[in-house]
Design a protein around this ligand. Structure first.
Ligand code: GTP
Ligand code: MG
Length: 471
């Protein structure tokens, strides 16, 4: 079935394309209650997509997987696709259950644990559920690798992610939930979506054993995690049994036969849950998913920009310090010092996806140096004031003798850079603090000795590489 296809009715009820301009101002009469939930969910997904699209190339590379998933979530919402994930420990019969529900042999079943290696989806054609307003909605069953597979941490993570996207979780077990299963179930319960606990392989239990098992699950092991009415029993792929058949003439023969598959109760409960909450479930799930992704996108972006900004500030601070050490007269006058800091600020603006002219960057550098004022007097004088004197008095010996002053000049740039970074992080604003307070805060949060030590080390390295300086 083509998930993009819609009937005219369904198309009228559906929210517009995510990420498209048309999606920003939905026209037409106000939507019904359920539709409104779907619209706002799609809007949340669309905004998360736009967030990724607004990132720079390096950030987008890292967020490619998130972008793909978000676009798929938008498609899911537009077509009204319902996803049911089948989750649980290895060999509990997850794949067999999918086959039994769909009446196919699509999922690979095997006695060897750890058989299913990937997350994959199967269209459940005969599910018998249609999402209101989405005549061609699909119900999809998602098979996942089993928990607790040897070396399967990555696969368990894949299964977890599939559960995070899904609208309904089938947690399959064949016992009273061991520690791994219990922990996984407890984690899934935090996703705030319905969980059906499927007790499979009931053919292996006597009726009284099964009753005891269900009682333990309801009252102890799954209590507080799964509603008692959501604990259902199945027999997805029952073992063959030896039947003794008596003929009319009194002779007997034995035959191995497979008892009937039993997933009727599960199917019924799935439909009840979907009928009761379908649209809300899907909308709520998509909204939570989008919120979660947005947080992740923002966190990754901040982290990447911070890393890059730190690199830029360090590179410029080292460049300034080295230049001062090599040639205090030319570089460390006010204009020379400012030029380096202005270039750093322009580069930092780019890191935060902003444009800034060199002139404006110079003004900012100067105002930051001023804001640092008396607090940084020692450094400021070295950076912007006394270089001429120093150059003249130190003469030919300047490069080596000037190392501490050069490090101090680099430190000045470091502080200016850190303050500028706060400015850009806040969207080119000093917020309610003003530049002076920001500089003070940066100074407070900076381990001066360590920055100076680092700069001195760099100067030494650079000077020893410079044949003029070392000669
Ligand atoms: N007796 C009995 N065996 C079953 C039942 N359902 C599945 N099995 C058997 O359990 C074994 C594992 O079944 P699968 O469906 O491959 O289990 P799975 O959970 O998908 O396993 P992995 O993909 O390895 O995690 C197979 O030998 C199935 O025949 C059942 O209802 N009763
Ligand atoms: Mg499997």
């Amino acid at each position: 079935m083509n998930q993009e296809e819609t009937t005219p009715d369904a198309a009228a009820a559906q929210p517009p394309e995510a990420g498209s301009p048309a999606g920003q101002s939905p026209a037409g009469p106000p939507p019904e209650h359920d539709d409104r939930e779907m619209w706002s969910a799609l809007d949340a997904v669309r905004r998360a997509i736009e967030k990724v699209e607004g990132c720079n190339e390096a950030e987008r590379d890292i967020l490619l997987g998130d972008l793909r998933e978000l676009r798929d979530m938008a498609r899911k919402l537009r077509s009204g696709r319902v996803e049911i994930v089948v989750f649980g420990e290895i060999s509990t019969g997850k794949s067999a259950l999918i086959n039994a529900l769909t009446g196919t042999q699509s999922a690979q079943v095997n006695v060897r644990g750890g058989w299913t290696k990937d997350v994959w989806r199967l269209d459940w054609e005969g599910a018998g559920y249609v999402l209101p307003g989405f005549e061609q909605s699909q119900v999809v069953l998602v098979d996942t690798p089993g928990l607790n597979e040897v070396g399967g941490a990555e696969r368990a993570e894949m299964a977890r992610e599939a559960a995070e996207r899904a609208d309904l979780i089938l947690f399959v077990t064949d016992s009273d939930l061991n520690e791994t299963e219990h922990n996984a179930l407890a984690e899934l319960a935090t996703f705030h979506k319905p969980i059906l606990l499927v007790v499979n392989k009931t053919d292996l239990y006597t009726p009284s054993q099964l009753e005891d098992l269900l009682d333990v699950l309801r009252t102890q092991r799954a209590a507080g995690l799964v509603d008692p009415e959501n604990i259902v029993t199945t027999s997805a792929d029952p073992r063959e049994l030896q039947y003794v058949i008596e003929s009319a003439d009194g002779s007997q023969r034995s035959e191995w036969r497979k008892p009937p598959v039993d997933v009727g109760g599960l199917r019924e409960r799935i439909l009840e849950v979907l009928e009761a909450d379908g649209s809300s479930l899907i909308a709520l799930n998509a909204s939570m998913y989008a919120a979660d992704r947005s947080d992740r996108i923002a966190a990754i972006r901040v982290q990447m920009r911070n890393q890059k900004a730190t690199q830029v500030i360090r590179t410029f601070a080292v460049a300034k310090a080295t230049a001062v050490a090599l040639n205090p007269v030319a570089v460390a006058d006010v204009a020379g010092g400012l030029a380096v800091d202005a270039a750093m600020i322009v580069t930092l603006a780019n890191v935060y996806g902003l444009e800034m002219s060199v002139g404006r960057a110079r003004d900012l550098a100067l105002s930051l140096a001023k804001a640092a004022g008396w607090v940084m007097l020692g450094e400021a004088v070295t950076s912007y004031g006394s270089s001429l004197l120093k150059g003249i008095s130190l003469g030919a010996a300047a490069p080596l003798v000037a190392a501490p002053q050069a490090a101090a000049a680099g430190y000045g740039s470091y502080i200016v850079g850190q303050a500028a970074r706060v400015y850009f992080e806040q969207g080119s604003s000093w917020g309610d603090k003003g530049p002076k307070k920001v500089v003070m805060q940066v100074l407070e949060n900076t381990n001066k000795a360590s920055v100076l030590g680092d700069l001195k080390k760099e100067i030494k390295k650079k000077l020893s590489k410079n044949r003029h300086a070392s000669g």
